[in-house]
Design a protein around this ligand. Structure first.
Ligand code: ZN
Length: 349
C-alpha cells in the first residue's frame, strides 16, 4: 500500500496538473469510478476521494475505467482510431473473453491490433480486456462488506456487464447461491501489491496477487470444483490471515498458522507440503525438492506442481530456485520473488 507521504505528494501533483508526473502515477476517482492521468483537465476531487496507482493495470484491477477526457491509456493524448475502437468494444461488452476472430469481426487485423496495443500500453489487448473484466469482478471484493448483498443482487438483476463479469468469475449472486457452498473473498493491500484471499469457515483456499496471469480461470476452476459461490466479505480465517500477513511483512512472523485447504492430486499436495517444510530464510533447488520427495526423476513435474500453488507466500514456492541458484518462474513476477527471498534472509538472522 502506498504510504501517506507518497499519497500526499501525488495528490499535490494531481491538483496542480503537474505534467512531470505523467506516467508516474494514475489517479482513481472513487466517486466516479474512472482513472486519470495527473494532467487531466477535469475538476479535481477531494483528497479522500482519490487513490493512486503506479500502473494502468493496477488501476484497472481495482475496478476503474479510463477517463474519456485525459485518455490515461494513451501516451500521446488521443489514441489512434484503431486503439479507440478496441477500447470502445471492451466497454460495450466488458464481460467478453476476446479472441482474434472477434477482432477480425470489428474489421481490424488481429496481429496489427495486438502489436499496436502492446506498443502503446505495454500490455496486449487481451491483457487489457482481461484486466477490465477482472476489475469489474474484483471491485465488489475490494469494496468488501461495504457492498451489501442486496446491492450485488441488484447489479446482478440489472443485466449489466458487471453481472456477467461477476458471475463468470465469482459465481451466482448471493440470493441465487442457495444450495451452494459459500466462500468469502477479501482484497488485501500488501507492500508488494494487491492480493485476493478466498476462504470458507474452515480454511484458506487461495491467496494470490491480483495481477497474476491466469487468476481468473484459477478462481473459476476452484469455484466449480467446490460447487461454491464466492461473495465479498470477511471471516475469522481471513481476519487471522490479514494479521499474519502484516506480521510477515514486518519481519516478525516466520510460520503461518492459518489453516489451509490444498487442492489438487495427491502428488500435487505432497509437492506443496514439501514446500511448506523449507525453512524461512532458506532456499532449495527443484532437484533438492525432488530428492526430499524421494522422486529424483520428477523434477519437471515438481516444478509444474509448484507453479500450481494457489497460496502465494504462505506456501513458499518463492523459496525454490533454479539449478544454478537462478531466480526462475514465479507467477507473481520475479521482482516479488527476489523481494520475498531477501526479506526473509534479512529477518532470519
Ligand atoms: Zn481524466
Amino acid at each position: 500500500m502506498m504510504h501517506k507521504g507518497q499519497q500526499k505528494e501525488y495528490y499535490q501533483a494531481f491538483a496542480e496538473r503537474n505534467s512531470q508526473y505523467d506516467g508516474i502515477f494514475f489517479a482513481g476517482i472513487k466517486t466516479t469510478g474512472i482513472f486519470c492521468r495527473p494532467t487531466c483537465s477535469a475538476r479535481k476531487p477531494k483528497p479522500e476521494n482519490c487513490e493512486f496507482f503506479t500502473t494502468i493495470q493496477d488501476a484497472m484491477l481495482a475496478g476503474y475505467r479510463a477517463c474519456k477526457r485525459c485518455h490515461p491509456l494513451s501516451v500521446t493524448g488521443t489514441p489512434p482510431d484503431l486503439i479507440q475502437s478496441l477500447i470502445n468494444a471492451v466497454e460495450n461488452e466488458p464481460e467478453k473473453r476476446w479472441k482474434d476472430t472477434d477482432i477480425s469481426r470489428l474489421g481490424l487485423h488481429p496481429s496489427t491490433a495486438r502489436r499496436q496495443f502492446k506498443k502503446r500500453y505495454g500490455m496486449t489487448f487481451v491483457a487489457y480486456a482481461r484486466a477490465r473484466r477482472m476489475g469489474l469482478a474484483l471491485k465488489s471484493i475490494r469494496a468488501g462488506e461495504k457492498i451489501i448483498h442486496a446491492q450485488i443482487d441488484a447489479a446482478y438483476e440489472s443485466g449489466s456487464g458487471f453481472r456477467d463479469a461477476f458471475t463468470k468469475i465469482l459465481g451466482d449472486a448471493p440470493a441465487r447461491a442457495k444450495n451452494k457452498n459459500i466462500l468469502k473473498a477479501e482484497w488485501l493491500d500488501t507492500p508488494l501489491g494487491a492480493m485476493i484471499a478466498i476462504a470458507d469457515e474452515d480454511g484458506l483456499y487461495l491467496l494470490e496477487f491480483t495481477d497474476r496471469r491466469g487468476l481468473e480461470r484459477e478462481i473459476e476452476k476452484m469455484r466449480r470444483s467446490l460447487n461454491a459461490a464466492i461473495i465479498p466479505g470477511t471471516s475469522p480465517i481471513l481476519k487471522a490471515l490479514k494479521q499474519e500477513l502484516r506480521a510477515y511483512f514486518s519481519g516478525t512472523l516466520k510460520t503461518f498458522r492459518t489453516p489451509l485447504k490444498l487442492n489438487g492430486s495427491n502428488f500435487q499436495q505432497s509437492v506443496l507440503s514439501a514446500l511448506i517444510s523449507i525453512p524461512y530464510g532458506q532456499t532449495r533447488s527443484y532437484k533438492q525438492q525432488a530428492i526430499a520427495l524421494k522422486q529424483p526423476d520428477a523434477i519437471r513435474a515438481i516444478a509444474r506442481a509448484n507453479g500450481m500453488n494457489q497460496l502465494a507466500i504462505i506456501i513458499p514456492c518463492h523459496r525454490v530456485l533454479g539449478h544454478d541458484g537462478k531466480l526462475v518462474g514465479y507467477s507473481g513476477g520475479l521482482a516479488r520473488k527476489k523481494w520475498l527471498i531477501e526479506h526473509e534472509q534479512k529477518h532470519s538472522r
